[in-house]
Unconditional design. Structure first.
Length: 554
């Protein structure tokens, strides 16, 4: 056996070596359309779609649309967009609602075979009879209800003659099973809501456990891959299949893998929805959100996300992956793709006293030293330029190599300058630095002075030619490393109130030609993407990731 393969691949290989027909291999990705996909879903998407590629098998995208109260076409469209953006195509688009008639008919057969019954207790009464992992449950007083009576009630439930909560259909399995999920689970309930696809045709809707395995069987999915929380559901999955499987057809096999748990992040759609509804974020695609749409807007690429989940691995046990791994994968990908540009987000004006008043130069800078084909651009240099306010200190500590009185630095791709005097306003705030420059120190001029070494190199932007920009810097959305431990009601206690800082600065003139969703490396700052809120008059950039890992220091 190839030890380089993950355990799911090993299971598939064992099935194939035992005689399973490779042409019958089939996978599926079954999201529920009640929210946007998040980073945890990326793992399931990559696992299933890459397996389909590797084994040359078919894969379905199946929407588990059995809960119309929380589902919306907006979510369906977003899910399809996210999967396509990741670079995957599905063979068939399916919906659990496609099978509602078949699932209903099979449920009627269960009642006829005395394998299911209508329970008329309240949900709290049913819950109180479930027992505990160490104590058996108690049978419902309706467990032995006559078959014809259950059939009649189920028919009336389907027609909408009974309000939600009055009756449910339960499978008749065992109230003493060690697996509490097998203690007569509910498989149908009344829901009086408009369904995005079936409209108002149905008043009864199947539960997940009944729908999941039976839908897999209808589609002839060979390997149904779920996250570990569904492992206890496997007994029920198989029990339901036993009732309908034709031995001549493929019987789906459920196997479980560890979900992707990321530090300082939540992946509960209910909690993510709460963040949106309570306006802690601007929407599902807020760049601080762990949704695929949020990560895309933040500037993460499909390649970076796929590399991340591949590096995290397919495991049998739950673990927590550090956010720094995701950022590392983003840097590795963006470093090769992004052109470098200079942007000053907190501008401080520099005036070069001995630079000719009316002189303007166009200096060549390499776009991306990691890409030989990236070419170069021309950057305007003038008597006045902006540097970062943090790149000047009037009273610097030892080993401070940026600009300070009497100290020299090189302006990247341009000249060496020396600070002569700081100009202050009436409140004592520094508003301008008077400098001198060495005319012979021009980068790339070939002179001996151009080779002169100084310890500091600063990025800069010309005051005479630039692009005003809005820069959105992001920190972690949650201060607590395990925000998932907080309830929906207490989630606000884990929120980092300083998770976004907005700057208004200046960038190279090249940025005026940038396109929405185009990414750059802002030199000495990190990687940024042009936001969808940008207009031809307003250039907004979201920070994707810093140039180095800062998480370990927080």
């Amino acid at each position: 056996m190839d030890k380089g393969k993950n355990f799911i691949e090993q299971i598939i290989d064992e099935d194939l070596s035992s005689g399973f027909d490779s042409s019958k291999l089939q996978f599926r990705f079954p999201p529920e359309p009640n929210g946007f996909l998040h980073i945890g879903h990326v793992k399931a998407i990559v696992l299933n779609f890459e397996l389909a590629k590797k084994y040359k098998a078919k894969i379905n995208l199946r929407f588990d649309d059995t809960n119309p109260e929380n589902e919306d076409q907006v979510y369906i469209d977003a899910i399809k967009e996210d999967i396509s953006w990741l670079g995957y195509k599905w063979d068939k688009e399916c919906y659990a609602s496609d099978y509602f008639d078949t699932l209903h008919d099979w449920a009627v057969d269960l009642i006829k075979k005395n394998k299911a019954y209508i329970d008329s207790q309240t949900s709290s009464e049913i819950a109180s009879q479930k027992g505990t992992p160490t104590e058996p449950g108690k049978e419902s007083p309706f467990r032995n209800r006559p078959i014809e009576e259950s059939l009649d009630l189920f028919s009336k439930m389907k027609k909408g003659d009974h309000e939600p909560g009055k009756h449910v259909l339960r499978a008749k399995i065992s109230m003493t099973s060690s697996n509490m999920l097998m203690r007569d689970p509910v498989i149908y309930r009344v829901v009086d809501s408009h369904h995005p696809r079936t409209k108002d045709k149905w008043k009864v809707y199947p539960m997940y456990d009944w729908t999941h395995g039976e839908s897999d069987y209808i589609e002839q999915v060979s390997h149904s891959l779920c996250t570990l929380e569904f492992k206890p559901h496997r007994d029920l999955y198989d029990w339901f299949l036993d009732l309908v499987v034709d031995p001549e057809k493929t019987r789906p096999k459920q196997r479980e893998f560890a979900r992707l748990n990321l530090s300082h992040t939540i992946t509960s759609k209910r909690k993510l929805l709460s963040l949106v509804e309570k306006s802690f974020v601007s929407g599902w695609d807020d760049p601080r959100m762990p949704t695929i749409s949020g990560l895309r807007r933040r500037g993460y690429t499909p390649e970076a996300l796929k590399k991340f989940v591949t590096a995290a691995g397919v495991a049998k046990r739950e673990n927590i992956i550090e956010m720094s791994l995701l950022e590392f994968c983003a840097r590795e990908d963006l470093n090769k793709k992004c052109n470098r540009l200079m942007v000053v987000q907190a501008p401080l004006k520099i005036t070069i006293l001995n630079y000719p008043e009316d002189q303007v130069e166009e200096l060549p800078l390499v776009n991306n030293p990691e890409n030989d084909d990236s070419g170069q651009r021309m950057v305007t240099f003038s008597k006045q330029v902006y540097i970062e306010r943090t790149d000047f200190l009037e009273d610097p500590p030892k080993k401070y190599f940026r600009l300070s009185p009497g100290n020299e630095v090189r302006l990247k791709g341009a000249y060496i300058i020396k600070a002569e005097k700081a100009i202050k306003d009436s409140n004592g705030n520094i508003i301008e630095i008077m400098c001198t420059y060495d005319p012979k120190s021009k980068s790339g001029s070939g002179s001996a002075e151009s080779q002169r070494k100084v310890k500091g190199t600063l990025h800069w932007v010309s005051c005479a030619s630039n692009t005003p920009v809005e820069i959105r810097e992001y920190d972690r959305l949650f201060e607590h490393p395990s925000p998932g431990d907080f309830s929906v009601e207490d989630l606000s206690k884990a929120i980092n109130k300083d998770s976004i800082t907005v700057f208004h600065g200046f960038g190279e003139k090249e940025l005026s030609k940038s396109k929405v969703s185009e990414s750059f490396q802002f030199q000495r700052k990190g990687y940024y993407i042009k936001d969808i809120d940008s207009t031809p008059e307003k250039h907004i950039f979201n920070k994707t990731v810093s140039l180095r890992d800062n998480w370990k220091n927080k």
